[in-house]
Design a protein around this ligand. Structure first.
Ligand SMILES: Cc1ncc(COP(=O)(O)O)c(C=O)c1O
Length: 388
């Protein structure tokens, strides 16, 4: 009835927004809302960068109303976001604007894969990868993100390789690969003897703690011809821009002619799905990057400092109270580790009953430290441990 024969009709269940909404608008400090994937201030408000929204308010109505300059994006945005994200580290690249990091991943998948193809994703991962896989009728292989040998085994297993890596600041675990690990991954793909597509989800990259967190981009100048790298960039976290729906998909490959064709295919896909992204969002982000960069970077640095303080405090208290969590390097979330999902469900329910709202993930419970003020993180690990 109406749906195509092979459509996955299992009900889509949103695992995040209902839990978030259950505790929204409640300022009771004993209730902990650790569900949110957005950065909140110390006084419990969604953090918005002044540099971004001052610029946004200065745009004319015609800028808000106007269509973007087509599916390929506005040249000033494309130029500014490329400079900001790639920092001149990569030789052969192209970019297209998309609606957020989600739009970047979905566009890349839509252009490269078809029904029955395989997508390789982390075992403990952002839930949306699986929904995208099911929407495109893909087979899913999973790897333990902490075990490169397991990742390589899955690369061997797939006929065509489409590997998704979410690093730095992996959601939900906070894993970031080192330069040496990235070198091993790129070397493996270079010599895997088949076509390999690597989708790097960098949704949280602008909050990475390591000073040299983009050094691994230089490895993209050593790709063999069998490898296509795609970078899914999201403006959502970087510019406090969650609802504005802006991101960018970068393609990196040795063959410039291929890159033109690839972006052309992405533009065709864009034209038939979302058409183009918001003109005012592109104009705004280009203006921030071109005219207010120092102010913006200073604001972002303050958030990073706060995130570090929150995460290190929570981890320290987890250690003191014997709470097991996935090894955390940086990022918006710390995830408590469970080997058994039934045990996870039991503990998660105990958390809810005590008004600590967290998100269930495969083999874990995600704690969104990005949205919890330092004062409320103090003592949280002890409180959680008592609920096991
Ligand atoms: C791992 C990861 N990738 C990508 C995204 C994409 O976000 P958006 O589509 O809002 O830019 C998110 C957002 O939560 C995320 O957590």
């Amino acid at each position: 009835m109406f749906f195509s024969g092979n459509r996955d009709l299992n009900r889509y269940i949103d695992t995040i927004f209902p839990v978030t909404n259950a505790c929204a608008g409640d300022d009771d400090p004993s209730k902990i809302n650790a569900t949110i994937g957005s950065f909140y201030t110390e006084d419990n408000k969604l953090m918005t960068f002044d540099s971004v929204y001052k610029s946004f308010r200065s745009l004319g109505d015609d800028v808000y109303a106007r269509y973007a300059k087509g599916s390929f994006g506005n040249p000033d945005f494309n130029e500014a976001i490329t400079r900001f994200v790639l920092e001149g580290k990569v030789k052969h690249h192209r970019v297209i604007p998309v609606p957020g990091g989600t739009g970047a991943i979905s566009t890349g998948v839509g252009v490269c894969l078809e029904r029955g193809d395989t997508i390789i994703i982390p075992e403990v991962a952002w839930g949306n990868y699986r929904i995208i896989a099911s929407e495109f009728s893909l087979k899913v292989l999973t790897y333990d993100a902490y075990d490169l040998e397991d990742m390589f085994a899955k690369i061997d297993e797939a006929e065509r390789v489409f590997l998704v890596i979410n690093s730095p600041c992996q959601n939900p675990c906070g894993l970031s690969y080192t330069y040496e690990q990235w070198k091993m991954i790129i070397d493996y793909l270079n010599s895997c003897g088949k076509e390999a597509m690597l989708m790097i989800d960098v949704a949280y990259i602008d909050f990475a703690y390591n000073d040299d967190y983009k050094k691994y981009f230089e490895l993209f100048n050593e790709l063999n011809d069998n490898v296509l790298v795609m970078i899914a960039y999201s403006c959502s976290k970087a510019f406090s821009y969650y609802g504005m729906r802006l991101g960018a998909l970068f393609a990196i490959q040795n063959d410039e002619e291929f890159l033109d064709l690839f972006i052309n295919q992405c533009a065709r896909r864009a034209r038939t799905t979302f058409s183009s992204v918001s003109n005012s969002a592109m104009t705004n982000v280009a203006d921030v990057l071109n005219a207010h960069l120092d102010e913006y970077l200073a604001e972002k640095e303050d958030c990073k400092r706060l995130l570090k303080e929150r995460s290190y405090l929570f981890i320290k208290e987890c250690d003191e109270n014997g709470l097991e969590y996935y090894p955390y390097h940086d990022g918006f979330f710390v995830t408590l580790r469970f080997s058994d999902n039934r045990e996870r469900d039991r503990v998660h329910q105990n958390f809810l009953d005590d008004h600590v709202y967290c998100i269930k993930v495969n083999k874990g419970i995600r704690v969104g430290i990005c949205a919890i003020p330092v004062e409320r993180i103090k003592g949280l690990a002890k409180r959680l441990k008592a609920l096991y």
